[in-house]
Design a protein around this ligand. Sequence first.
Ligand code: NAD
Ligand code: MG
Length: 394
Amino acid sequence: MKGICILGATGSIGVSTLDVAARHAQLYKVVALTANNNIDLLYEQCLEHHPEYVVVVDENSAQLFKEKLESSSISDIEVLSGAKSLEYVATLDNVDSVMAAIVGAAGLLPSLAAAKAGKTVLLANKEALVMSGDIFMQAVAESGAQLLPIDSEHNAIFQCMPAGYKSGMQAKQARRILLTASGGPFRQMPLDQMPHVTPAQAVAHPNWDMGRKISVDSATMMNKGLEMIEACILFAMIPDQIQVVIHSQSVIHSMVDYVDGTVLAQMGNPDMRIPIAYSMAWPERFDSGVEPLNIFDVRRMDFEEPNLERFPCLRLAYEAINKGGIMPTVLNAANEIAVDSFLNEQIRFTDIPVIIERCMEKFEVKPANTLDIILEADQQARLVSKQIIAELNY
Ligand code: NAD
Ligand code: MG
């Protein structure tokens, strides 16, 4: 029996993880669940999975949650609050696996704590890795943690790697990664309509059902930019070895091109329970609850090169990784602020890359070799981005 801690239990990945865990209750015990403030869903999850601990990061919501528990059948659950408590539950002795599914930079410290504690880290929180690549992989290597990617593309690549492959290793016979992308909802929209895109249109992804932030990232293709950086870190490759491929059907989840000309692809229905179940069962496999792929329904698969004029965020991500050091952190922080402002209807969809580019221009590259430097760059880039937004004139 393995103990699992789910960071970000109330999100899209968290909910899918609990769905898989419930199918394998004889193998997985839910030890801890965390949420930012969605206490209604968290309460339902506690009734079903009865964890030992919950963390509600927001103090006021935590207080309300405690009151809710007092008069219930699950009043023995320990309720903690504050960001530090995330690190506490991610490193508990009876936790073997940590699902790192908090969105954005807020997931960095608890995900890193799990890696340092030598846990099996199921990593969905790509922003954490983009920010802290070297430090994160060093923590994994030193502690002997097992790092299993949850992002569907990276999970696919991991599955296509040679037997015995471990995240961070260089697979010498793998010469290229073909990183697939759906292209999001605006792949074919006339360019002059892009400035008028609404938040509701941007979060309506054609193939995947995801949280709001990553859905906007998919629409700008910043998601693929972050994933390209994530792939460089996880698979020890350089940006030139990662080819982004638009594959609108989202049946192939990525491919590895080997020196002998073999290309291995992983396919399946677009449902995150597949990579989640793979990582929870690893190195075995078990049922994910996902319908088998009906290859006859797929009928055809299309592949095209991304258009960097339509998707400047992808170009900016290549620029950030090529500059290196703190630049991916700056890219990520500016993107988080810009996406948030777009969702709050303060800026236009097409302002997102403009803000990120202007923000990156304001920073000098320096090595990202300590956590303090990374966290400082993150904070500074957030302030600079807010300033740039305030100065936009309409
Ligand atoms: P989501 O918005 O649905 O859920 C986010 C979770 O993080 C929630 O549980 C929320 O309570 C928690 N959270 C938010 N802000 C927090 C904070 N400041 N402190 C602590 N907790 C906080 O997001 P999601 O779609 O589940 O994505 C989660 C992560 O997984 C992201 O990094 C995303 O890029 C990655 N990912 C998601 C998918 C997907 O299909 N949803 C696919 C690949 C990768
Ligand atoms: Mg992905």
